[in-house]
Design a protein around this ligand. Structure first.
Ligand code: GAP
Length: 563
């Protein structure tokens, strides 16, 4: 599995899907650049999403709001106080990690030992020294190759909330054991139980919109006003607050604060939705699996506003519609699933949430959350800004098409309410990674090493068609150029491959990047204007007039696109 994933990452780098950002300067951890094919794949995912959820409906409009978000917006939304992960440091390895994702202690109960795993013998020796001198002086520890074995006298498991756990180690003087608390997790790489207490860590990137360097102002103010250490923190925050802005952690808040503007300018009333696509930023503690978890990522978000009595209907509706979209572009539908959140997983704003997950090579991972946000966000902004987000509905009836049994209608008309929001929030980078994993096939041919084929859905494929004049002779070029021009005018990325490579090799190079169709111009083309068109997944070929190529592709791109 890991080998296949490495082969896919290698393909992505070699063929221009994905590059390490600023690689010539050693790269930036967690930052990636999308190459010419990566950018097309991403755009095609976005295009299919936007097409289905905005252009094909009359109840959803688009929006593009600012990434820089002022403090009051994110204070009101709860992000300043509650958008946190817990963070723990390992006193031994200095690794910083999220305790909720960390493994439980590996305890060799029959030998009463805890193994600590170092990367090499020299580090093991160094860590043993650190444990004995600084982390747990007097502890009994033995060195065994790359492992340090800690001798345990008594081990108590914590309760389900992580409380009451304890490890008592044998001490060198055999008198008093050396005791530490155990909360149910250890540092993931080494199994070290020597950890700091957990503390909340806000995930938002903060910056300052201020022509004067705020640090200068801080130095001046804090030296004048701050007496104790707490006052320094408060004084610093006071100075910074007027110019503090955040890189948005989700695109959704930009939609909520514009709710009234959109309803007024577009003459919309619930139920209706606002779609937004763009970058979001989170100072993630643990960056993982390439583009799966990065500090900078793109979201496709849809906020659907509805009367409170219809929210259950729309929650169900959007969960189904979104899952169908994922499956419509998948090769292996069984590698996609929906999973309901348990109550302790739910974000601070949600009353219900269903994730869409993909079975990545390392296990199931979230690609989208469909959440019932209730009227939490709009109510928060009403409280904090005096915005008027209330809707007055004269005739209290269910929206046409919705069953009365599904709604708990209010008894009085007109009804006044703050709309409830059903949100679909999908990570574009994760979608790209999921579809790449899903499409990646290695096909074997007799006696030859396997070759890679990306069986991407044609709508997602970066290059729609490669046009190949047979020998690269100039007489084939006019027809090749005509075919390419007719396809390019449809907005399809089309390549002309006129290099002197065998046609089979040229096909394989395009199979590797997922090009669904290759068109070959040959000697017969010069006589009757026909060309061959080859299907990526079957290798089947058909002859047709070159002018029919565009229609042929167009028909297949529309197949099964029927939502
Ligand atoms: N507005 C709701 C919201 O932002 P979320 O579950 O925190 O909800 C939605 O994020 C989606 O954004 C996730 O399902 C995931 O696909 C993507 N996402 C979140 N954090 C990410 C990160 N650090 N890197 C890449 N994608 C991320």
């Amino acid at each position: 599995m890991a080998q296949r994933f490495r082969a896919l990452l290698d393909l992505c780098k070699r063929r221009g899907f994905l590059y390490q950002s600023a690689e010539i300067y050693g790269g930036l951890r967690g930052a990636y650049d999308y190459g010419p094919l990566g950018v097309e794949l991403k755009k095609n995912i976005l295009k299919s999403w936007w097409q289905r959820h905005v252009y094909w409906r009359d109840d959803v409009v688009g929006l593009d709001t600012s990434i820089l978000t002022p403090h009051p917006v994110l204070k009101a939304s709860g992000h300043v106080d509650e958008f946190t992960d817990l963070l723990v440091d390992c006193m031994l390895t200095k690794e910083r990690f999220r305790p909720d994702k960390a493994p439980a202690l590996h305890y060799l109960s029959d030998m009463r030992q805890i193994p600590i795993n170092a990367p090499d013998k020299a580090t093991a020796k160094l860590w043993k020294d650190t444990i004995e001198k600084h982390v747990a002086p007097g502890i009994m520890a033995t060195l065994k190759g790359k492992q340090i074995l800690l001798h345990v006298k008594n081990f108590v498991q914590p309760d389900e909330n992580g409380n009451g756990g304890r490890i008592d180690f044998d001490s060198l003087d055999q008198q008093q054991p050396i005791s530490i608390d155990y909360h149910g997790y250890v540092e993931p790489n080494s199994n070290s139980p020597f950890l700091t207490d957990s503390r909340p860590f806000n995930l938002m990137f903060k910056t300052f919109l201020d022509p004067i360097d705020p640090i200068d102002r801080i130095i001046q103010t804090t030296t004048e006003t701050a007496g104790s250490k707490t006052n320094v923190r408060e004084a610093v925050d006071d100075v910074l607050r007027p110019s503090t802005v955040y890189l948005r952690p989700e695109t959704a808040q930009g939609v909520f604060v514009n709710f009234e503007q959109v309803t007024r300018t577009m003459n919309k009333r619930p139920p209706f939705g606002i779609a937004q696509v763009g970058k979001s930023f989170r100072n993630e503690i643990r960056l993982e699996h390439g583009i799966f978890r990065t500090p900078e990522f793109e979201q496709l978000e849809l906020e659907y506003f509805c009367p409170p009595w219809e929210s259950s209907h729309w929650f169900k509706y959007w969960r189904e519609l979104r899952f169908k979209w994922w499956l419509d572009h998948a090769c292996h539908k069984e590698h996609f699933r929906q999973r309901d959140h348990t109550s302790n997983e739910m974000a601070h704003y949600a009353t219900g949430c269903t994730d869409v997950e993909y079975l990545y090579p390392w296990g199931w991972g979230e690609i989208e959350g469909v959440a019932n946000r209730g009227n939490y966000d709009l109510t928060q902004h009403i409280k904090n800004s005096n915005a008027s987000f209330e809707v007055v509905q004269d005739n209290v009836e269910p929206t046409p098409g919705i069953d009365t049994d599904e709604c708990l209608l209010p008894t009085e008309s007109p009804a006044r309410y703050v709309p409830h929001v059903i949100e679909s929030s999908c990570g574009l980078n994760r979608a790209m990674l999921a579809y790449l994993c899903d499409a990646f096939h290695q096909v074997g041919e007799d006696g030859k090493p396997p070759r890679s084929v990306l069986k991407l859905h044609p709508r997602l494929a970066p290059v729609k068609c490669a046009v190949m004049p047979l020998t690269g002779k100039p007489e084939f070029m006019p027809i090749a150029e005509s075919v390419a021009r007719s396809l390019r005018r449809q907005g399809w990325y089309t390549m002309v491959e006129s290099q002197k490579l065998k046609i089979g090799k040229r096909y394989y190079r395009h199979d590797e990047i997922g090009t669904p169709w290759c068109v070959t111009v040959d000697y017969q083309s010069l006589e009757d204007n026909t060309v061959t068109i080859r299907e990526r997944d079957t290798g089947d070929q058909q002859r047709l007039h070159w002018k029919e190529v565009q229609h042929y592709i167009s028909e297949r791109l529309l197949e099964d696109d029927d939502s």
